[in-house]
Design a protein around this ligand. Sequence first.
Ligand code: NAI
Length: 708
Amino acid sequence: MGALSLAVVDGVARLTLDVSGEPVNTVSRAVRAEFEAHLDRLQSDAEIRAAILISRKPENFIAGADIGEFVALRTRDEALTLVRAGQLLTERLVSLGKPIVAAIHGACLGGGLEAALACSYRVASEHPKTMLGLPEVRLGIIPAAGGCQRLPRLIGLRSALDIILNGKTLRAEQALKQGLIDELVHPSILEEVALQAAARLADGWRPKRPRGGIPGLLLDRSHPGQAVVFSRARRSVIKKTGGHYPAPLAALEAVEHGLKYGITAGLDCEAAHFAELAVGEVSKQLVQVFFATSALKKDPGVEGKVPEAKAVVNVAVIGAGFMGSAIAGVAVAEAKSDVRLRDTTLDVVARSVATARSSLESRYQRGQITKHEFDQRRYLLSGGTDWAGFGRADLVIEAVFEDLEVKQKVCRAAEDVTGSECIIASNTSTIPIGRIAAAVRRPQQMIGMHFFSPAEQMPLLEVIVTDKTAPWVTASAVAFGRALGKTVIVVQDRPGFWVNRILAPYLNEAGRLLKEGVPIETLDETMTEFGFPVGPIALMDEIGLDVVLKASAVLHDAYGDRMRPTDGLELMTEQGRMGRKSGRGFYSYGKGRGKVDRAVYEIMSAAHESSVPHDDIRSRLVYAMLNEAARALDDEVVRSARDGDIGAILGMGFPPFRGGPLRHLDTVGIATAVTALEELTARYGSRFAPAHILKKMSANSERYYTNL
Ligand code: NAI
């Protein structure tokens, strides 16, 4: 059966897209060919005066081009042929000679939005699933079916650049505000409104649109104004990408070229850049990250027969501090859970409820949720100092002080006041879940849910299972984590879990280099140049030096000398230097960015001058992490290299364009990595001894991934 069907009523054609056997519509070669044939008919049939383009999928308009065809591209020429075909199709929509209205319900992304932009009019449904955007740069490519040309002409240069350069997706209401769509209607009348608009357009009606989007913006329209916008955007892209991601700059050029020399020249520029980027290294890595993250979204988190996940509706959080209140806020905002918070004083509870509500309010103000959703959700949150409401909890998450006895006590007490099927999760960052579970009566229902700070923003959740955790409990925690909008990796209950374990040797090494006299700026710049969003010293300040100290002591205990923490951190914390949260750590924080505090060198007894060659700074830092990642995967802390890589990217900002630590080992070459580690061992000590598994893989010429 074809993907498209055409019906004509009263001179208006309804072109319906429904790619069979797929949950979403994507545009493949076959679909494109069908499209072309239908456009021939639309053009030649004199009875047809106008048309609408609509999808039959319950929650999707067009998700984009067929990514399978895209990843199969091997040469620049193949990529060029593909992109030209896409451009041809959108060009045909534009020059149809008859009005065509896009009736958008569900995701309208990438090539889907470019098709809609090529239509004469856009009506969208008022529905949370209706999202419009151009996420191409996230895959290392650019919108190249006219998106870089038509979007700025429709909504104005600055709004268009914001969407294209950041790979942004808008909800339907925001899209209406920005002029991306013409009308917003209830889903039940979408088709009818689109048909009426098509008929009116055929009768000569012209919708009034502010030219170039928001009216009166000189910057968007005049040539000198545009020049200012482009130069600002270029500077900001370079700063953000550190030169590692070529796509945003290419997109910027395609937009600029088109505005200067016209759409045809702009399309040529889009096509040339697309072809180059599509077969480039960065795009290939980003696509793999995308595939891995998508696969994780469907992964139930347990092997073999998958038990049914328990529906988590009522959540109780113990400890309404920094993490507890953030977790409660996310549960309400994302999962629409009914949340009960508990702490030792009403003051703390009240503050925490207020914080969670104000974060909900700011979501509403940023247009992420509607007024109705805001009103509904803010009353889902309540709290107290007693156990009221715990009886109906499906899940309890404890986020009390990082102290084994306190945690054991609250978990045991929670068991007494909850139903027999309630799951109890700990948000501990360092304490083995098994040790907390030793104090409860139902250890099979105890699990770790390790959120990262700030919990509202950080996309990763480590779900930690002990050898006693029941599979249905794991499946339920994973499903709930996903409902919170997190990417979830399932991790074994070993000290440091995954993220902190591979982070520790890296941070320790940074501390050691600092003591050897390497300036803080050099350390941080070396790693931001490698692609991390912040360097290791600034990262310690973000995490909190007290937290780093606590975690590194646990890891030192567990793994011995190779995890020996940096001397001097205690002295820092004794002086109240806890990092950003206390206003000073290695940096001192006034308003805005921190400045290196020179007094720190004295406190840390750092050498006055460093003799460490520059290349060694980078390899010591990077290999400390890669080696530990190899070891931890070999210990089966994570279930696969895929989980480990995504965990590192989302949990600590490992550069996505390098694909994660394990994929990066593949890129470097396992044998090369072993040689480098052996050299570092000879020069700097046994902590660099290559992981056994790396030596074995090197001897057998193995790699972590077979693709790429
Ligand atoms: P916090 O000190 O801000 O909050 C702890 C809260 O627990 C306080 O409000 C305290 O009054 C309350 N509390 C203590 N004993 C209690 C009891 N018996 N009953 C009820 N409430 C009690 O600490 P934070 O930073 O929120 O950390 C909480 C947990 O989250 C710790 O286990 C920590 O390791 C973990 N964590 C912290 C991260 C961070 O970046 N701060 C990141 C990930 C995990």
